[in-house]
Design a protein around this ligand. Structure first.
Ligand SMILES: *Cc1c(COP(=O)(O)O)cnc(C)c1O
Length: 444
């Protein structure tokens, strides 16, 4: 038999190289994004003070339960931070209930489904092709909870729910819960217009604000908890530039609803609630109270400017009669340019990071007719309307003028390297794509 210590040393050397390979890939990734133009609508950048907490000792701990009633000892500072986090959330969203234990938007959605629906219930939602998230698909959270979707009627021209037709649907089908939320979220949804019908049929309103949470908090989109929704579930890392985490917010004085949401969050869908990201969320919420209004305003102004600049260069940007968007997102039909898949791939080769996206009327989920663009990240590094025109020019060069992707990538990098410092946070100016080398040397 071989000497196990020799064997271990060989494995150790091998694994040291593997660890270094992982570190190097992450470093190369950061360098790549620093030189790219990231336009994924669901992505954002964390502030330095929030990011710092991700490698804190909070990462090593458990704190099941709520502040003051934990299942483990040693949680005094965790309680202090979580209490602050909850206070900041209720203040930012002007609401009575918050739970910061869901670890992502999908997990927050599962909590709502567990709390407010039973298997077999009918739940209203938009179709995937009209922009809904996979949470409301049979292969997603809806399927896991065994609830059945009832689809709202869609107005493709105005890219929102068709109110008169949807009222009819709600009256005839009478769902128990009505979900309002999208991943292709261009315009506010008509919740106020539908709230009397919800009441009439006895349905609760539920808003999935994963995409637009930072715009809602900035007071620049809609205010679902004051328009008739009982609960708002969300991710905290899309337009809200926080850590990858989830949140539940509510405006209800019904103690039964509060109790059901609380026990759905824990022990329903979490055990550990990722304390390091919860602490980072407290920082991001505080920073949003300080800087969120100006940030949200600029994110939307940039999206509108990018829409107009693309339209002026012959792109088929949806929502034209309404100014293309009222959010951080644009939808562009790219049939003429080669379809969503090919266009997204070409753009990435030229340093412009987007995603292919289903659009209303698409019949095959495998061949999306469009791309989705978002302005949160480019806004966060200090770009304004004039920079949006430059991005549209680069896209036009590549997709309409046949310019070589490598040449466009060079231009994109030269342009982007002027915008690598964070804005709208404490420690503004800090490198947005910095790799923190905590150890200071590679493993050996
Ligand atoms: C992104 C998204 C989610 C899922 O959020 P995760 O944090 O990625 O789990 C849920 N709902 C909508 C509408 C989304 O866009």
């Amino acid at each position: 038999m071989a000497d196990p210590s020799i064997n271990d040393r060989a494995v150790e050397g091998d694994m040291a190289r593997t660890v270094e390979q992982v570190r190097d890939a992450v470093r190369r990734h950061s360098a790549r994004f620093e030189r790219a133009i990231p336009l994924i609508a669901s992505e954002n950048l964390l502030s330095p003070y929030a990011k710092e907490l991700l490698v804190s000792d909070f990462h090593s701990r458990y704190a099941e339960g709520l502040p003051g009633e934990r299942y483990y000892e040693g949680n005094e500072q965790v309680d202090e931070v979580e209490t602050l986090c909850l206070d900041l959330a209720r203040r930012l969203f002007r609401c009575s209930f918050a739970d910061v234990r869901p670890i992502s938007g999908t997990v927050a959605n599962l909590a709502v489904l567990k709390a407010l629906a039973e298997p077999g219930d009918l739940v209203g939602t938009c179709r995937l092709a009209d922009g809904a998230h996979i949470s409301s698909a049979s292969f997603g959270a809806f399927g896991l909870r065994s609830v059945k979707p009832v689809y709202y009627a869609w107005d493709s021209e105005r890219m929102t729910i068709d109110v008169p037709k949807t009222k009819e649907i709600l009256r005839s089908v009478r769902p128990k819960l009505c979900l309002f939320g999208l991943s292709l979220f261009l315009f506010p949804l008509p919740i106020s217009e539908l709230s009397s019908t919800l009441e009439e049929v006895g349905a609760r309103g539920w808003y999935d604000g994963a995409h637009v949470l930072g715009l809602i908090a900035g007071g620049e989109f809609q205010d679902p908890l004051h328009e008739g929704c009982v609960v708002l579930s969300a991710s905290t890392h899309k337009t809200l530039p926080g850590p990858q985490h989830g949140i539940l917010l509510g405006n209800t004085d019904d103690p039964e609803v509060v109790k059901r949401l609380t026990s759905a969050a824990f022990p329903g869908v979490t055990s550990n609630h990722h304390l390091h990201t919860m602490a980072a969320l407290a920082v991001s919420l505080a920073e949003h109270l300080a800087f969120g209004r100006a940030y949200a305003r600029q994110v939307i102004a940039n999206a509108k400017a990018l829409g107009a600049a693309l339209h002026a260069r012959g792109f088929d940007v949806l929502g034209e009669p309404l100014g293309f968007t009222a959010s951080h997102t644009l939808a562009v039909r790219v049939t003429r340019e080669g379809g969503g898949e090919e266009v997204a791939r070409k753009l990435a080769a030229a340093g412009i990071i987007t995603n292919k996206n289903l659009l209303p009327g698409d019949t095959s989920p495998k061949h999306p007719g469009g791309i989705r663009l978002g302005t949160p990240e480019v806004t966060r590094v200090g770009m304004g309307e004039k920079e949006m025109v430059r991005i549209a020019e680069l896209m036009d060069d590549l997709l309409h003028r046949g310019r070589d992707p490598a040449a466009v990538a060079q231009d994109a990098a030269a342009f982007k390297l002027g915008y690598t410092g964070l804005r709208y946070c404490f420690g503004a100016g800090e490198a947005a794509y910095r790799y923190y080398d905590l150890v200071g040397h590679p493993p050996a």
